[in-house]
Design a protein around this ligand. Structure first.
Ligand code: BES
Ligand code: MN
Ligand code: ZN
Length: 508
């Protein structure tokens, strides 16, 4: 299975400037707004009619929506039958109140909500693309995402069934490019979701590494895998220390995209790949421990991003360094109080084996620094404190002031909504150890997200602009579906990191 592992197979996307004469069983997804300023009671759904919808069809859609009491609220979906159109049915999706401009993420979420409401439809057409092609296509792909690898014939749904998306746009030429880019982005995010959703029984470090290799080689990346012997020999004390409690040994995967022309920039990506986090000897409580299947969400997003960078032929170098380990308690596990030597020589007293992410990441950051990058982006499901501070949907970004803010701004622009957080100098004192250079946890309960960022900062080489994105909550949706995000792996922050890479490629 892993040798041929090809990632998520997204529906095919095409662009058309007009509705076809006949579209059989296809469904047409149409945006509507909530019109009438007399409050929600009086509001009626009005079609945001693009050039491809005949007036007769608009009238039929609106009267059907009125009869059903649909108001066009954001993400509200209503299915209607429209005799004037060549499709089986129309799925109207709300964008809320009318505006001059519709923000990309509003369109993306509406597309996602519409896609989630489909039930076995193989082909959709949409006029959401007349508002924003990229957002419409990304939203449809991500909203229709299902993880079905472990469903037998007994349970449904096996698959959303969506195979084909036709994005309507009068400017078919530029729309075609945007649609293809969006389809690639959607497939990358979905691949990251697949990796997160694959259970820890089936995704352990060696398997994760071989999937990363298959994905990377398929797009021409150079892939290097260090196994446990190479890690031991190379002095990767953090990865070895965390991985040694498991019968399934750790790995370090390196994926290189060489796209830079003369003077092109080089970006290092690092992602936390704990395939399961029990906490180790500092074991976690049983309640919700199964969520720790998501503890490789940073690694999944980093792998998806470097593969996407190669696919999109970005004219920069991107080198992903991905440490992978399983954090287990056993007679071979590291103990609280053990001292290990991180790659590069800094010694660490492991006061809590559940603060394992920073141990594998520190090794990886030092290794990534040896490639002399201009920028370094690291992402990880690092601290429960991230969720306490920012909630389940808002990643925290720390790092060099300017680059941190740039990453947060771009994350806001793509709808992943990361927020800049500080690394106050005084927190470093909390990581003092009585026996080693550093302790891996602070003695205080406060600012856990920032303390973890402070730990990582010790390993970033001087002069490298860096950002750490804590996605403990945002990587994995444990509540209900919303917008284009279903339950389980979300693929965050793949789109943020790709936006940063595109921005660096364009502006340095
Ligand atoms: N993987 C966890 C962080 C996490 C918590 C991710 C909840 C997703 C949801 C991480 O390895 C961890 O256990 N962190 C500890 C750090 C503490 C021991 C300083 C935490 O947050 O409790
Ligand atoms: Mn942990
Ligand atoms: Zn962890």
């Amino acid at each position: 299975m892993s040798a041929a592992y090809a990632g998520y197979q997204a529906p095919a996307v095409t662009v058309s400037s007009s509705l076809p004469k006949r579209a059989g069983a296809a469904v047409l997804i149409v945006p509507v707004v909530s019109s009438g300023d007399d409050g929600a009671e009086q509001a009626t759904a009005k079609v945001l009619a693009g050039p491809s919808l005949p007036a007769e069809a608009v009238g039929q859609i609106e009267s059907a929506l009125q009869a059903l009491g649909a108001k066009g609220g954001a993400e509200q979906v209503t299915r209607v039958v429209v005799p004037a159109l060549p499709v089986a049915s129309v799925l109207a999706v709300g964008l809320g109140k009318p505006r001059d401009e519709y923000p990309a993420d509003l369109v993306r979420r509406a597309a996602g909500a519409a896609a989630r409401a489909l039930n076995g439809t193989e082909k959709v057409l949409t006029t959401l693309s007349e508002l924003d092609v990229s957002a419409a296509v990304e939203g449809l792909i991500l909203g229709s995402y299902r993880f079905t690898a472990f469903r037998s014939d007994k349970t449904a749904p096996k698959d959303s069934g969506l195979r084909e998306i036709v994005a309507l746009s009068t400017d078919a030429k530029s729309a075609k490019q945007a649609a293809q880019r969006a389809a690639d982005i959607g497939a990358a995010v979905a691949t990251a979701r697949d990796l997160v959703n694959t259970p820890p029984s089936h995704l352990f470090p060696a398997e994760f590494a071989s999937r990363a290799k298959a994905l990377g080689e398929a797009v021409g990346l150079t892939v290097e895998i260090l196994d446990e012997k190479a890690l031991e020999k190379g002095g990767y004390g953090g990865i070895i220390g965390v991985g040694k409690g498991s019968s399934r040994p750790p790995r370090l995967v390196r994926l290189t995209h060489k796209g830079a022309k003369r003077k092109g920039k080089r970006v290092a990506l690092v992602g936390k790949g704990i395939t399961f986090d029990t906490g180790g000897i500092s074991i976690k409580p049983a309640a919700n421990m199964h969520h720790m299947t998501s503890d490789m969400g940073g690694a999944a997003a980093v792998i998806a991003t470097v593969v996407l960078a190669a696919k999109q032929k970005l004219p920069i170098d991107v080198i992903a360094t991905v440490p992978m380990a399983e954090n287990m308690p056993s007679s071979t596990a590291q103990r609280p109080g053990d001292v290990l030597t991180q790659y590069g020589g800094i010694t660490v007293e492991v006061l809590n084996t559940d603060a394992e992410g920073r141990l594998i990441l520190a090794d990886a950051i030092v290794r990534a620094g040896e490639d002399d990058p201009d920028y370094l982006i690291e992402t990880s499901t690092l601290t429960g404190a991230q969720t306490v501070a920012l909630g389940a949907r808002t990643p925290g970004v720390m790092g060099s002031d300017e680059f941190r803010d740039r990453v947060a701004d771009l994350s806001q622009a793509v709808g992943e909504n990361a927020w800049a957080m500080p690394l106050p100098e005084e927190l470093k004192d909390d990581l003092k150890s009585t026996v080693a250079d550093l302790a891996n946890v602070s003695g205080s309960r406060f600012a856990g997200m920032l303390v973890a960022g402070t730990y990582l900062r010790e390993f970033v080489p001087e002069g490298v602009q860096w950002a750490h994105i804590d996605i403990a909550g945002p990587a994995y949706n444990t509540s209900g579906p919303w917008g284009y995000t279903g339950k389980g792996g979300t693929g965050v922050p793949t789109r943020t990191m790709f936006a940063v890479l595109e921005d660096i490629a364009a502006n340095g």
